[in-house]
Write a protein that binds this ligand. Structure first.
Ligand code: ADP
Ligand code: ADP
Length: 226
């Protein structure tokens, strides 16, 4: 079943000015539940822009975005924010964890924001941290964790609200190759266990090859890689 559909999406920054840049130009894609898809693009090709549009952080200049069957163009800002919070998990190259908060507090934040009690959010956070092999690091702050551990906390946080769609931008791109490979495997296992649809940007062909298929973004359009 369809989770995300983009049709003929265009995105121009600073439209109508001398600084106008068209980044997306007729981009289309469909992701089904359970599909894990690699997104490969040259640097500057608009990978982050595409992920932001797909995750409702940014609006396209034209074209259609449908998330969980809901066309998002007509939705109010509040409805869009709610849909993003409930349906989408994000992982970035750098973890963006809050430095003053422990691992369990960081992972509990999305559920606290969604209105769950402190106890329920913390229980869910502990369960997720155990799933990423960090049951012994619950009270550690980000600075007290290794790079690979920090990214695993970020994965746990991304999954806290049981999203239907995971969007990841070079999720292991700042780790050494061996850690990257190991941590990436863990992310794939988690995604496959939960039946999420995932769109994962990577420059690494070896990581792309572990996913179900590869989409290429070039000159504003998306094509299926052979
Ligand atoms: P990638 O993630 O593939 O490197 P981005 O989506 O970050 O690409 O950026 C694609 C192009 O869009 C770049 O030329 C970038 O400078 C431009 N761009 C990105 N964000 C903005 C913005 N907020 N305003 C103007 N231009 C932007
Ligand atoms: P910057 O925009 O300077 O990179 P931010 O801390 O504002 O720093 O954002 C860090 C990243 O988080 C960016 O890629 C941004 O697009 C993304 N981001 C911003 N707001 C949200 C949000 N509500 N949910 C998920 N990601 C977000």
């Amino acid at each position: 079943s369809e989770v995300l559909h983009l049709e003929n999406v265009a995105k121009t920054y600073n439209p109508g000015t001398p600084a106008a840049v068209t980044v997306l130009d007729g981009a289309s894609l469909t992701l089904a539940a359970g599909e894990v898809v690699a997104l490969v693009a040259p640097s500057g090709a608009g990978k982050s822009t595409l992920l932001h549009v797909a995750g409702l952080l940014d609006s396209p200049s034209s074209g259609m975005v449908r998330l969980l069957g809901q066309p998002v163009e007509q939705a109010s800002d509040a409805a869009r924010t709610r849909l993003r919070r409930d349906a989408v998990g994000f992982v970035y190259q750098f973890h963006h964890l809050l430095p003053e908060f422990s691992a369990v507090e960081n992972v509990a934040l999305p559920q606290r924001a969604a209105g769950f009690s402190r106890a329920d959010a913390a229980a869910r956070a502990r369960e997720l941290l155990e799933a990423v092999g960090l049951g012994h690091r619950l009270s550690h702050r980000p600075a007290e964790l290794s790079g690979g551990e920090q990214q695993r906390v970020a994965f746990a946080r991304a999954l806290a609200n049981r999203p239907k769609l995971l969007l990841a931008d070079e999720p292991t791109g700042n780790l050494d190759p061996e850690t990257s490979s190991r941590v990436f495997e863990m992310l794939l296992d988690l995604v496959r266990q939960t039946g999420l649809a995932a769109l994962i940007a990577t420059h690494n062909p070896e990581l792309a090859a572990r996913m179900d298929r590869t989409l290429r973004l070039d000159q504003g359009r998306i094509s299926e890689a052979a």
